[in-house]
Write a protein that binds this ligand. Structure first.
Ligand SMILES: Nc1nc2c(ncn2[C@@H]2O[C@H](COP(=O)(O)OP(=O)(O)O)[C@@H](O)[C@H]2O)c(=O)[nH]1
Ligand SMILES: [Mg+2]
Length: 267
């Protein structure tokens, strides 16, 4: 596909055209995860720029220190079917942070509203129950993990990340697609090898468009369009089988209950 065909494929993508129909899903939710400052917001801005091609605009505020306790899990529609979600970043991958990530990934935290991070077991359970008031089961979730190659990575961190990524796979049925950012500022091929060793199936290295440097080139645009295209290929693969959105939501909820229960027991 050339760049125009690629754009058209993405812009016209509809779950209704899947071989078995939409099966009750109406949205592809690209869920971005990753440490603070690794380029999640910039990736959203870059994808929107590559797809819509107007002037570069900062949709997702980038570079701000959002280390507070409350945050908004912002959703940015790319097309009528595809939405990117800027999940709250974290600083480490301890069981508290991963628990918050899994809850966001499983779609049990509402979009576009302020969200308190919860440490207490009761609060965690209450939040899961509250999510049943307006349950969301019509999103097909695709996890994307963002990592900046400017950062060092320690051996114990590799082990933690491997477990984390595999859990994300179990939760969504898709191994997180890896996006290595700042590719011209670090040893991206070293990180490719590391993530491949963790079981990653798809690894993209990108230089995000930023306020400072948003000179549009074909290769740079293609990085982001190819990423979105790969997301849709994963969705097509999942949608080629019979699915039950309500049941899948229930499975995710059971998973979270088990995770938080085990964490509480350890504590
Ligand atoms: N040169 C370069 N800068 C980037 C890239 N990705 C993000 N940045 C910059 O890194 C900083 C943090 O990025 P941001 O998107 O806010 O990270 P987030 O916290 O994960 O959302 C910002 O100043 C961005 O402009 C990249 O691929 N290349
Ligand atoms: Mg951000």
């Amino acid at each position: 596909m050339d760049i125009e065909q690629l754009k058209q494929y993405i812009l016209c993508y509809s779950l209704n055209n899947c071989p078995l129909g939409n099966q009750g899903f109406n949205r592809v939710l690209i869920q971005l995860m990753g440490y603070l400052g690794h380029g999640k917001s910039s990736l959203i801005n870059s994808c929107k720029y590559a797809l819509h091609d107007k002037e570069f605009t900062t949709h997702a505020a980038s570079g701000s220190a959002d280390g507070g306790l409350t945050t908004v899990r912002n959703a940015y529609p790319l097309t009528h079917t595809i939405t990117m979600v800027d999940n709250r970043g974290c600083a480490t991958l301890n069981s508290f942070e991963t628990g918050e990530f899994y809850t966001q990934l499983a779609n049990f935290v509402p979009l576009n509203t302020g969200v308190e991070w919860t440490k207490e077991f009761d609060d965690v359970l209450n939040r899961l129950e509250d999510s049943d008031i307006e349950p969301n089961f019509s999103d097909i979730i695709v996890p994307v993990y963002v990592y900046s190659v400017k950062r060092e990575i320690a051996d114990n961190e590799v082990a933690e990340l491997k477990t984390f990524l595999k859990t994300c796979r179990d939760l969504t049925g898709i191994f997180p697609i890896i996006v290595l950012t700042h590719k011209t500022s670090g040893p991206f091929s070293k990180f490719r090898d590391i993530f491949e060793g963790m079981g990653a199936e798809e690894i993209f290295s990108v230089e995000n468009y930023t306020q400072e440097d948003n000179l549009k080139t074909l290769g740079r645009h293609l990085q982001f369009l190819n990423l979105i295209h790969k997301v849709l290929l994963n969705v097509n693969f999942r949608m080629s089988e019979e699915r039950n959105p309500r049941k899948e939501r229930a499975e995710r909820k059971k998973f979270l209950h088990k995770f938080f229960h085990e964490r509480e027991v350890k504590k």
